[in-house]
Structure formats: C-alpha cells, structure tokens
Design a protein around this ligand. Structure first.
Ligand code: ATP
Length: 387
C-alpha cells in the first residue's frame, strides 16, 4: 500500500460452528469497534419492575435484536442505552467504560424511532443535517456528511424534498440517514419497519442488512416480529416481562429454543406435557399426560423419569394418511378448522385424546372440515423442553 491508501486493521478471530471466521475491522471506518455490555440492568417505574437484571454482551459490529411481545421492556432498554432514561441499577458499558453518567449528547448514539419523527417543515437534507447543526459542525463538513449519509440510504436525489413528498419507506430511510450522519458508535433502531406495509418492510429489511454489512456499526434493534429478528440479526435476545429468556444466534433460537416461551414465540405452537418413560435406541419413549406414547430423538440434557414438555412446529406435523410406515408417532384426529393463506394451508386437528394439534401444509390441501386424518410426528422434529 502507498501511505495514501494504507489502513490499519484489527483482525480478531473466532471459531464459529467449527470453522474459522476472520473478522477484519478497518480503522478507516469511524463507526466500528464499539462493544456494548449491559450488566445487571434493572429499571423500576414506581413499584413495577419493567427490566429485571438484564445481561447482554454485544460485540463490536454485532446486530443484536431484542425480540419480545409488546410491553416486555425492549424500548426501556434502548432508552437507557440512549440516555433518556436512567437505570434503577446496573451498568451500561461502551468499550469497557461505564456510560451511566455520561449525558445523552456525549454518547454518540444514533436512534431511529418507529414513527420516523422527521421535521415536516425541513427538507430531507435539513432533517439529516440537524444533528450536525446541534454539534456545531462547520458548513462544508456538514454538507459533505449529509450527502454521504443520504448516499448510504440511496436517497441522494431526494435532498431537497420535504417529508410529505416521500413514501413511508423513504421517510424511514431519511430517519436512518439522520441517525447515521453523526457517525454513531452505536445505532439503536426501535421497531423502525413497523409503520410500513408488508412489501416495503421486506425491501427495507434488505437495505438495513446491506447497510449493516457495509458499515458494521454495533446495532441494537427492537422488534416483536420474529421473521425480522431472524433475518437481520447476528444475535437475538428473546425477552418476556423484563427478563431475557434466551440469547443466541438466529439459528440457535430457531432450532434450539430453551423454554416454552421462546419456542412459542418463534413458532412452535404444539405442546404436550408428560414424562420420559424409557430409552429405545437413539430415542426416548415419551408418555404424555393424556396417554400418547411417542418416540423422540434423545437429547443428553434430559434423562429417563424426567417430566418434560414436547413441542413441534406445525409445518413438521405431517398429515400422513397415505404414508403409514410403522407403529410409532401416529395420532388420529379430525379436521376442526382449515385456513388457506396462499402458500400454505393451516389446520387445527382435534385428536382422539381431545387436544388440538396445529399443522401447516404447503399449498391448498384437500382436507375439509370433519375429515378423519392421521398425523405423523417425526421423532427428529420433536423437541424436548424443560417443563
Ligand atoms: P412495545 O413493543 O409495545 O413498544 P416494549 O417491549 O418496548 O413494548 P416498553 O416500552 O419498554 O415495552 O415498556 C415496558 C413496560 O414499562 C410497559 O408495561 C410500560 O407500560 C411500562 N412503562 C414504560 N415507560 C413507562 C413510564 N415512563 N412510566 C411507567 N411505566 C412505563
């Protein structure tokens, strides 16, 4: 490299799934390299604890999503990282430094809200430049950075428009440019896509992903949409009632939910309580409280005699009328309801033991109400959870 083009690089290596991944962070990119640690963070409003002893470690460049239902404390955590709400106890650290007492305007955190919150009387360029005016950035530098930020969100041609002359997706991209223009150490995104229609949400998701791949800004994203969380994130923290239930890669969360709440939240909607009765080859025999005996692939975290819950996704419950291959894992039932939604048909099946199992079949399936069906629960698709 010539001195003009030389860059300093940090190379950190880590092992993921057995393969060596080398992450190169260029020092020329001012956004990279902020590790955010949330330690024992608690927030009480009066007597109500809305965030309870939360611990989340976010590596530099990571895209961490807080996923959970409305009211579980996601926004409150973002607000504490941003600095508009003070923690009741616990610490937030940026690169090892506790920032609890650092005022909001000194934290270099960019935030995008659900409702864009653009100034209607300012042009796109003025909206984006606002944060730089506040920071008294000189005019020439400001203009350069506004253009740079608009370029990042592919809105360079819209600088002179007013917000009302833009689509919802474009407005949200302006909000993103406004957060990026300050070159934040950390980017906070609070349900930024939820005001957009389904198609636009997908487009914006792809744009967000591209942007994060390019800039590698440490990002904390809040959503209650599991598909969004799985698609965008490097890690996901699933939350319920102010408590983190599980943190993991999207794949971990999807394939190995640790408890019933997480399983349910990411689409496992069939649950059977019972006991692991005995071992049979590489399976356990599970005896449900209402009388099923099912084979389930062994998992070393569980042992015979244990009370557990079995779960299975609707798409893995097969309607197997014509596929009978053995004695195990077939359940008789009747079609209670069907719901055709284009790419799939969902069924509620009332089983002979009186409970309801959900199944989802590709395309338009031919089972009308009250049809007798046989369900097959593949031992490999059943997951054992702590009761
Ligand atoms: P949503 O997805 O609906 O935005 P959330 O997971 O982001 O939900 P929070 O906004 O963090 O949830 O709110 C968590 C809980 O704290 C809610 O029960 C809310 O009513 C309560 N809460 C939030 N702010 C305050 C406040 N200033 N005073 C009292 N209670 C509050």
């Amino acid at each position: 490299d010539t001195p003009e083009t030389a860059t300093t690089v940090d190379i950190s290596t880590f092992i993921e799934g057995g393969s060596l991944v080398v992450e190169v962070l260029t020092k020329t990119n001012p956004h990279v390299s902020t590790r955010v640690q949330i330690k024992n963070l608690t927030k009480k409003f009066g007597n109500t604890t809305v965030v309870q002893n939360v611990n989340i470690d976010i590596n530099s460049g990571e895209f961490m999503t807080l996923l959970g239902p409305s009211g579980c404390g996601k926004t409150t955590i973002l607000s504490m990282v941003l600095g508009i709400i003070e923690p009741t106890s616990g610490e937030i650290l940026f690169n090892g430094e506790v920032i609890n007492k650092i005022p909001m305007n000194k934290r270099d955190v960019g935030m995008v809200f659900q409702n864009y919150a653009l100034f209607p009387h300012m042009t796109v360029a003025q909206n984006v430049g606002f944060g730089l005016d506040m920071r008294k950035v000189p005019k020439a530098e400001k203009e350069k950075r506004v253009l740079e930020a608009l370029d990042m969100v592919q809105l360079s041609d819209y600088a002179n428009r007013f917000p009302k002359e833009l689509s919802g997706g474009q407005q949200q991209r302006v909000a993103l440019a406004r957060a990026l223009v300050i070159r934040p150490k950390v980017l906070l995104l609070d349900e930024p896509l939820s005001n957009l229609d389904a198609k636009l949400r997908k487009d914006m998701r792809i744009q967000l992903k591209r942007l994060h791949d390019e800039l590698k800004i440490t990002t904390i994203y809040v959503t209650h949409d599991q598909e969004e969380a799985l698609s965008l994130s490097t890690k996901v923290a699933v939350m319920s009632k102010g408590i983190v239930q599980q943190i993991g890669t999207p794949k971990d969360i999807f394939l190995k939910p640790q408890n019933r709440f997480v399983a349910n939240f990411i689409g496992y909607s069939n649950f059977l309580d019972g006991k692991l009765e005995e071992e049979k080859g590489d399976c356990f025999v599970f005896h449900s409280n209402n009388g099923y005996r099912l084979l389930v692939k062994k998992n070393n975290n569980f042992k015979v005699g244990q009370e557990v819950t079995l779960t299975i996704k609707p798409e893995n419950v097969k309607i197997a009328n014509d596929l009978l291959q053995g004695d195990w894992n077939y359940i008789d039932g009747k079609v209670l309801s069907n719901d055709y939604v284009g790419s799939t048909t969902s069924y509620d099946i009332q089983t002979s033991k009186g409970d309801i199992l959900k199944t989802s079949v590709l395309g338009l399936a031919p089972y009308s109400l009250n049809t007798d069906v046989k369900l097959y629960l593949d031992p490999n698709s059943l997951l054992i959870l702590n009761k």
